[in-house]
Write a protein that binds this ligand. Sequence first.
Ligand SMILES: [Zn+2]
Length: 281
Amino acid sequence: MKKYIISTIALLSAFFVNAQEFKDLASLAPSYGYEMQKDYFLYSTNEEHAPADNIYSKFAEWQNKWVNPYKIAIKDLPDSLVVDCSDYYHPVDGDVTSQYGPRWGRFHHGIDLRLNIGDPVHAAFGGKVRVIDYDRYGYGYFIVIRHDNGLETLYGHLSKIQVVPNQTVLAGDVIGLGGNTGRSTGPHLHFEFRYLGNSINPTNIVDFNCHVPYNDTYLVCKAKSFNELKNYTAPKYHIVRSGETLSSIARKYHTTVDKLCRLNNLKKNSVLRVKQKLRYS
Ligand SMILES: [Zn+2]
């Protein structure tokens, strides 16, 4: 018996069906099972090959649900990896509208590229589609591809997805159409590079003026490639001064009293001591 998954965009539910039942299910979905406007899609979970499996399988099995199922701290990553960038294809031609890094009190894990709704979006490298999903408050319609070179890339805010999970793609293949879905204030592509779940600044790898990688290879290096992310996630402290309160400190760092309480194991009415060390991030 073959194993299949039927899945809704909002609610993923897995079960097993036989070939005839699968045929019946598949006939529900036009053009073999997949149309993003529908609230279901079908795909085989038969796996021949997960790209870069030698790197990834130690941390999590190949799966189609989470952007980062690996949950590896930067300090626990393998020291380095030479990534082959020679087949790189720039996903869309538009200008950079927002850079990777801290932004509005959050961390922006990708780079934003201008496009018009409906513009084709291309796979950056060859590999296999790992995740397609919809995140109303974040990525909108998005795709994650695991590449043979060891990286994963993510494409967000799409208007239409034109691949299915576990589909093999070549660099340059059209995987979807640009859009403005999810947490987005205008049509653009949100484009991420990740290694074992941790994001890398795309401008470390690709020259976004020329739309090509700086080199045919990129060295992912635990000590250097994740510095911006590491600095952002490192705990940050404030030394309490006379007259300060939890709410004045929360305001100063654009955070909330609740978060300060959580980080420091305090109650809202806790009395602060002068020179007390308070974690605020
Ligand atoms: Zn973005």
